[in-house]
Design a protein around this ligand. Structure first.
Ligand SMILES: [Zn+2]
Length: 236
């Protein structure tokens, strides 16, 4: 992975998207003194079957902030798109452009924007929409004549995004060795305790550990045998 950067912005659809396999890399970067901020399109309010969305949004925001804290991230912003029905389009692109202009990152992270996770495992519409809009917004952010209303708000063009790193991809090109940060990655997923307890009968600790082992092990096979978080890197 490139190391010539200081600020990264991670843009995803839901609370927990980064904790399913990316947060180990984020812990490593914040250890190195880099600044990483999170921008989430929704509060993940449709994610817990037994919880009403209004209550769920509150729980999930709190758990997401704790998950970020576990890997050294203190800035977590939420957009007000609706969980499950995020629409790809200018409104979403504009909101992400605003985030990019506020944070001025050199590296932008997102998760899989393609139809499938690989093979026939179908991706969700929210991940596709946010992933694609994020890739697009990195170019839009540098153009003052797209979303001129943002200029009126004082958000000046930022053409400094050099790479977009897409995680959870079936065609990774780069990886980050997370041997030293897997434990914090486990803890970051464990911070989503209400969600994790709602989807698994395993003990939350066992579930979170097996998720991280599977995620970083998949990267390991291709990248020298060490636990790794893999990305597909789009250079700009
Ligand atoms: Zn998600």
């Amino acid at each position: 992975m490139p190391t010539e950067w200081r600020r990264a912005l991670a843009v995803v659809a839901h609370p927990d998207d980064l904790e399913y396999g990316v947060s180990g890399a984020i812990a490593k970067w914040t250890d190195e003194g880099r600044e990483v901020s999170y921008l989430l399109a929704t509060h993940g309010e449709a994610g817990i079957d037994a919880l009403d969305p209004a209550d769920s949004a509150e729980v999930r925001e709190r758990e997401q902030r704790a998950a970020a804290d576990a890997v050294g991230v203190s800035t977590v912003e939420f957009l007000e798109h609706r969980d499950g029905v995020i629409e790809y389009g200018p409104a979403l692109r504009r909101d992400i452009v605003a985030g990019i202009r506020r944070h001025r990152p050199e590296l932008v992270l997102t998760i899989n924007h393609r139809d499938t996770w690989g093979g026939t495992a179908w991706n969700t519409p929210d991940h596709r929409a946010v992933g694609r809009a994020t890739l697009d917004a990195c170019g839009d952010a540098g153009n003052r004549w797209i979303f001129t209303e943002l200029i009126d708000d004082g958000l000046l063009p930022w053409d400094g995004v050099r790479w977009v790193a897409v995680a959870a991809t079936s065609s990774p090109t780069h990886a980050v060795d997370v041997s030293d940060t897997v434990e914090r990655a486990v803890r970051s997923l464990l911070a989503h305790r209400t969600y994790v307890e709602s989807i698994s009968d395993e003990s939350p600790e066992d579930y979170c550990r097996s998720v991280q082992d599977a995620a970083t092990g998949a990267g390991a096979e291709q990248f020298g045998g060490v636990p790794a978080v893999a990305f597909e890197l789009f250079a700009r």
